[in-house]
Design a binder for this molecule. Sequence first.
Ligand SMILES: [Zn+2]
Length: 336
Amino acid sequence: MTYTKTIQRVLALALAALLAACGGRHADDGSAATHAEGAAGHDDDHGDEHDEHDEHDEHDEDGAPATTIPADVAAASGIRVAAAGPGTIADEHEVQGLLTPAEGRVAQVTARFPGPIRALNARIGDQVRAGQALATIESNLSLTTYTVASPISGVVLQRSASVGGVAAEGTPLFEVADLSTLWVDLHIFGNDAGHIVAGIPVTVTRMSDGASIEATLERILPATATASQSTVARASIDNADGLWRPGAAVRARVVVDHADVALAVPVTALQADEAGRDVIYVREGEHYGERPVTLGRRDGERVEVVSGLEAGEEVVVSQSFLVKADIGKSAVAHDH
Ligand SMILES: [Zn+2]
C-alpha cells in the first residue's frame, strides 16, 4: 500500500510538472493562480489561458468535478481511455486447503506371523515397487524367516518398526502411499458451500513457492469438517513428477461461474471521491469529468457498472488516480 502510494505521488508530481510545463493552465502554477484571482476585469493577453483555467477549476454542467488535461500530457502520463461496453465477470472464490494422499492409494505393510524383525529394507521417503521386500521377519510359529513385500508402488511415509524388535501379527511395519495422484481438500465456508459444486474448475497454488496446477472439483464431502466448521470440496491433481507433497498447504481459486454484464470497466478505472463514493472519469476531448457510479458484481479484473455510465462513453482505464489527483489539486486551488 505504502509502495503504491509512493508511486502515485511520484506520478502525480510528474503529471504536475508536465502540466506546469505546458503553459500554466493549471492552478498549481503560481502565476496562473494569482492571475485567476485578480483577473476578473483584466483584458490582457492572458485571456486564452484564463478561460482554460476557469474551465479547469469549474465543474461539469451537472456540477460534477472535472478537469482538462491536454492530449499530449495525458499521453505522456499514461492516461488511457476505453469505450465502456459489455463484459464478463467471473464469480470466483479464493479458498485454502491441504494436500492429502488419495484414499485407496495408501497401504499398511504388516507382518503375517509374529516374530523378531531380522531386517528392514526401506526408509521413510524411499520409493518402492509393488512386490518389493521391505522386511524380513522370523516367524515364531515356524522358526523360519519370511519377507514382507509392499502391496503397492509408492513412497514410504511411515516406518513403525526397528530391527531386533518383535513384529506382532497385523501390526503395521510400514505405510506406503502412491502419491502419483493427490487429493486437494479445500475448505469452503458458510454460504459459499451452496454454489460451489462438483465440476467447477480450480487453480491450485502451493503456498511455499507459488507453483500452480489446474484441476476440477470432483466432489463436495457430505459432512462438515468439525474443527473448522467448513465444508470440504475435493479435487485431485496429477503428481507424477512428485513435486507436490501430502500435508502441503495450498490455496485455490475456484471459478464458479462467468456472468455476462451489459456494462463493465476494469477495476483500474475505479477511484473513490472525497466522500468515499465509487467514481470513474469520463473523457470528452481533453475534458475529464468525475462520474459517481453504482457498481454490481466484480472479480479480480473487472467490475460491473449498474448505473452512472452509458455504453460507448470513454472511461479512463489507466492512471485514473492521476486524473483524480488533478481534479483534487484544482479543487484545493479553488478554495483560497
Ligand atoms: Zn460465488
